[in-house]
Write a protein that binds this ligand. Structure first.
Ligand code: KIV
Length: 279
């Protein structure tokens, strides 16, 4: 039987549930632009998240709070144009779900109809249940996000582990079940103890996707700029560097600068790139 593991088969929101049931782990990464999204899609990443982390790793802001719906729409459109297989999920930015349910539905609708997202992600628990339910009723798949929710950074006091005592762990489990009941199709669990993530994962039908939440989730997500060494302002301890692209880029740029300054590039009268530049 063909499973969604097949690299050529497109991934849609219900496939994540099938993957959980089949024991296939879900690989999710962030993407913010056409070129990066194209490479990640070709690599077989199942889910591409246009996260509001773009505020930090693309725009150089100290946190995610200045990211707007227009920005997410702009970047989601670029990612959607690049992707032929992965599920494209767009983040609902700060306050977009709290001013009113109608405004949230209108905003999520724009990300789907104008920008080409196939799902949205909403941070928070009980305070966003009505929004999650209305979006699901409107046919917009919703991914929940519990644990460390960076849009509440001022309330929680920093990028630190959540649900560390049994009371907080119980509340998180309740919120996870409430989000599932409201219609969420998957749940990101960020920076919580491995054991809490394992308990949530086991007790939910919908898949969990962990970030700094240990190995027992149904899938994993990382910010691509962290995973591939492009962003070095701050690297969370749970991140694994799969490449050092920032360093490679700098070395390549230094080579370019040197060759231009020394007159080594461009080479006169020679074909430099096949089909592109020739005399
Ligand atoms: O914005 C983002 O990149 C995220 C991930 C960390 C899950 O929400």
């Amino acid at each position: 039987m063909l499973t969604v593991r097949n690299i050529h088969q497109v991934v849609r929101a219900p496939d994540l549930l099938r993957m959980k049931r089949a024991g296939d782990r879900i690989a999710m990464l962030t993407a913010y632009d056409f070129t990066m999204a194209r490479h990640l899609d070709r690599a077989g990443v199942d889910v591409l998240l246009v996260g509001d982390s773009l505020g930090m790793v693309v725009l150089g802001q100290p946190n995610t709070l200045s990211v707007t719906l227009d920005m997410i729409a702009h970047h989601t459109a670029a990612v959607s144009r690049a992707v032929s297989r992965a599920l494209v999920v767009a983040d609902m930015p700060f306050l977009s779900c709290h001013v009113g349910v109608s405004e949230a539905v209108r905003g999520a609708g724009r990300l789907v109809s104008e920008a080409g997202a196939q799902a949205v992600k909403v941070e928070g628990g009980h305070q966003v249940l009505e929004v999650v339910q209305r979006l699901a009723e409107a046919g917009i798949p919703v991914m929940g996000h519990l644990g460390l929710t960076p849009q509440s950074i001022h309330q929680v006091g920093g990028f630190r582990k959540q649900a560390r005592d049994s009371d907080e762990a119980r509340k998180l489990l309740e919120s996870a079940h409430a989000l599932q009941a409201a219609g969420a199709f998957a749940l990101v669990l960020e920076m919580i103890p491995d054991k809490v993530a394992a308990d949530v994962t086991q007790s939910l039908e919908i898949p969990t996707i962990g970030i700094g939440a240990g190995p027992y989730c149904d899938g994993q997500v990382l910010v691509s700029h962290d995973a591939f060494g492009l962003y070095d302002e701050f690297t969370p301890r749970f991140v694994k560097r799969f490449a050092e692209l920032g360093r490679q880029l700098q070395v390549a740029a230094e080579d370019y600068v040197r060759e231009v300054r020394q007159g080594e590039f461009p080479v006169s009268g020679k074909k430099v790139l096949s089909g592109h530049y020739s005399d």
